[in-house]
Design a binder for this molecule. Structure first.
Ligand code: THU
Length: 134
């Protein structure tokens, strides 16, 4: 699956967004080495802090199906933003722990603009298991 196809998958995930409070729909798609793609979208709640981002839902979806860091190839995310949609800080922390450091991440918007980045670029000097001595 190429970059464009993965972004299209993220767009499909975005269509499932439950975001009645922000009206800001986000979709994510995580590609694995065996070709499997895990989707995630943002799911909100009247208790606002419980809202969950698309990227974390996609990653947790993959983990829940037995996939691990070394199985992940690339991830795409998309929203209706002026600039390609950028992951929030919480997602960056989760990405830095669960995706390979140089795994391509395609940040996209509905205008077809894409910026390619990596977990290490998104969160340099991340807090990690090493800081905990693990
Ligand atoms: N959101 C994501 O799903 N991913 C991001 O990286 C940024 C924010 C969601 C959370 C919330 O449901 C809505 O977008 C507005 O913040």
């Amino acid at each position: 699956m190429n970059k464009i196809e993965l972004i299209e998958k993220a767009k499909e995930a975005r269509a499932l967004s439950y975001s009645p409070y922000s009206n800001f729909a986000v979709g994510a798609a995580l590609l694995c080495k065996d070709g499997q793609v895990f989707l995630g979208t943002n799911v909100e709640n009247a208790s606002y802090p419980l809202c969950m981002c698309a990227e974390r839902n996609a990653i947790y979806n993959a983990i829940m199906h037995g996939y691990k860091k070394e199985d992940f190839v690339s991830m795409a995310l998309i929203a209706d933003t002026d600039e390609p949609c950028s992951p929030c800080g919480a997602c960056r922390q989760v990405i830095s722990e669960l995706l390979p450091a140089n795994c391509p991440i395609y940040m996209a918007n509905l205008k077809g603009e894409v910026i390619e980045t990596t977990p290490i670029e998104l969160l340099p000097f991340a807090f990690s298991s090493e800081d905990l001595g693990k």
